[in-house]
Unconditional design. Structure first.
Lengths: 305, 294
């Protein structure tokens, strides 16, 4: 009987495949590691999606289904009436819609103001060196200040300016968070716009403002939109200041409204879930659609490569 | 830089600096000032009386506050440890080759994009003692015998909140780790393989040092945010039951706002700033070291 050939060295096609993915170097069987990976991925997907799917299901399940014991996981019929209620301007939807409008107003306005102020500042930081560059770190530090450290004087300030319980009060306060953050983000963004073209433009007589507005901004539109989206998400999510500085539907934003909702004696859990879903939709959609841009903007500061 | 250029550079900075000075600088200094007075929330703009270090002494001798500090430390430690472990594991997993990888990676944004308050009510519903999904799941699979009250039991409330917070926030660690994993040069792994290194050694000697710089930055960032935690606790348990989930932010809120004792509250706040300040300095130091290392 002829002896079968024994491979002492892995055949070339297997070596090539392993080389293209060094973290998956396998010697003999390709089954077990692959199985492990797919099992892990399945666990990850379930753990990530299950709570959210449960929230969604609860929002369209009837109260009878929700309070049945033992729990029935899938509703017997889908009930979208809660969404209709929440979005109905007459009735229980009034407060929700008002909160939605406030959240939109505050998020968009404070983002706009912050960007207008942050763009020149970020450009200045980006093209400077030395002492001014260090000031940037001080700016970043302010973003991280705990809100509790600022809330008492801010309350006094807003009371003095008669801006308590007003969207404009919130817009002013959100600048504490958004300006440092967007300045930082935009600065790292402007850093990647090459400076050579600016120098030649300035020799031709364009001043710094012109360079910023006509050359740098158009080139950094992706970074700008990333910064804008992050700012809107941050403002949308903010709860602490909104809780303390608003007291009625005239100014309450979505997070505060939902917290009120959930704390009340309402026994319709499905309604709370529906409100949560509606509040989560804008940031989720934005996050999902603009992922790559969002993450590249954020990781640029922490990973170099 | 020409003097004229210099002027333009400062002019560009001015609006941002002014607004920051107004909305952060001034409040920070005023909080410090208030902490030495007996100011009250309803009369913040009147001139208060100075009380020296009384507020600080009161804060440090207040057993509730000391307990809150301990609880906050516990929250931060467990939270960050879990986020680190989960983040690195998931990043390693999502760095493997498998079908549909892009879609699975896209899922990481879901917990991150979910507003904090929505996350809190979602988990509160899951933990509901009568109809919650967790109780149903555990009893239907036989792990538990009877429904438990996760958020009303002082022994489990804090841990339940930590799970909810880790679920929401570990993806940022995973994303940063994943980005860092992808820039580790392949030659390092090939060299390790040639030397006969097994998977564990490869991780410890090649992967871990490669992702550590980026990881440190994001972990310090998360630590700062964990120290500040308020929103999720307020919505899930309001600091209860029996103060078992109270953190330092809560004490400031209660003292300075609910009880209207703003002078005292400001002292509490500044103690929190002191701790956060150290962390912020650490973060900035790490950041600068990274920038210089490029």
């Amino acid at each position: 009987m002829k002896p079968t050939r024994v491979h002492l060295v892995q055949p070339p096609h297997i070596v090539a495949r392993a080389k293209s993915n060094p973290t998956l170097w396998v010697r003999r069987s390709r089954f077990w590691p692959s199985f492990g990976v797919y099992l892990g991925v399945a666990l990850f997907v379930i753990a990530t999606l299950a709570p959210v799917v449960w929230l969604l299901l609860s929002s369209v399940s009837s109260t009878a289904d929700l309070t049945r014991l033992p729990l029935k996981w899938l509703p017997s019929s889908l009930d979208f009436s809660r969404y209709a209620d929440l979005l109905n301007p007459n009735g229980s939807g009034k407060e929700f819609i008002s909160a939605l409008r406030n959240s939109l107003t505050v998020a968009l306005s404070s983002t706009l103001i912050s960007l207008v102020v942050a763009i020149p500042a970020a450009y200045s930081f980006s093209r400077s060196s030395g002492r001014r560059g260090n000031l940037l770190y001080a700016v970043l530090a302010t973003y991280m200040m705990p809100p509790v450290a600022l809330v008492l004087p801010l309350y006094g300030l807003l009371a003095y300016l008669k801006l308590l319980n007003s969207p404009w009060g919130l817009i002013l306060v959100y600048c504490t968070i958004l300006i440092p953050f967007t300045t930082w983000l935009l600065k790292t963004n402007f850093d990647s716009v090459p400076q050579e073209i600016e120098e030649s433009a300035m020799l031709d007589g364009l001043n710094r403002w012109g360079v910023l507005l006509r050359m740098v901004l158009p080139l950094s539109l992706p970074g700008l939109s990333t910064a804008a989206v992050w700012a809107i998400l941050l403002a949308w999510d903010e709860f602490f200041y909104a809780l303390i500085f608003t007291s009625s539907a005239q100014a309450k934003t979505l997070p505060v409204s939902i917290a009120d909702f959930a704390a009340g004696r309402a026994v319709d859990y499905g309604l709370i879930c529906a409100a949560g879903v509606l509040a989560a939709l804008p940031p989720l959609l934005i996050g999902f659609l603009l992922q790559k841009g969002l993450m590249s903007g954020l990781t640029a500061g922490s990973v170099k490569g | 830089m020409k003097p004229q250029e210099n002027r333009v550079a400062w002019t560009m900075l001015l609006p941002a600096l002014l607004l920051i000075a107004l909305t952060v600088g001034y409040p920070l200094l005023r909080t410090l000032f208030l902490s030495f007075t007996d100011a009250r929330l309803t009369a913040l703009n009147l001139t208060p009386h100075g009380v020296g270090l009384q507020n600080y002494l009161g804060a440090l001798q207040n057993p509730t506050f000391i307990a809150s500090i301990g609880r906050t430390a516990y929250f931060v430690f467990v939270n960050i440890t879990l986020e680190l472990i989960l983040g690195v594991l998931v990043a390693l997993l999502l760095n493997q080759a498998f079908r549909g990888r892009a879609w699975v990676r896209a899922l990481l944004i879901v917990p991150l994009a979910l507003p904090t308050v929505v996350n809190a009510i979602m988990w509160r519903w899951i933990y509901n003692p009568e109809f919650g999904a967790l109780n149903a799941l555990l009893t239907q699979t036989g792990v538990l015998e009877a429904y438990r009250s996760w958020l009303s039991d002082p022994a489990s409330a804090m841990n339940a909140i930590i799970v909810a917070d880790v679920w929401k926030n570990y993806p940022i660690v995973a994303l940063v780790a994943l980005a860092a994993l992808q820039v580790i040069p392949r030659e390092l792994y090939e060299a390790a393989n040639v030397d006969g290194a097994n998977l564990w050694t490869q991780f410890w000697r090649v992967t871990w040092p490669g992702i550590l710089p980026a990881l440190m930055v994001v972990l310090v960032l998360r630590t700062i945010e964990a120290v500040k935690v308020f929103d999720i606790i307020y919505v899930m348990t309001r600091g209860g039951p029996a103060d078992s989930s109270r953190t330092v932010s809560f004490d400031v809120y209660q003292e300075g706002i609910s009880y209207l004792r703003s002078g005292s509250g400001a002292a509490y706040a500044f103690l929190v700033v002191a701790v956060t300040g150290v962390l912020i300095a650490l973060y900035i130091g790490l950041l600068r070291r990274q920038e210089r290392a490029v």
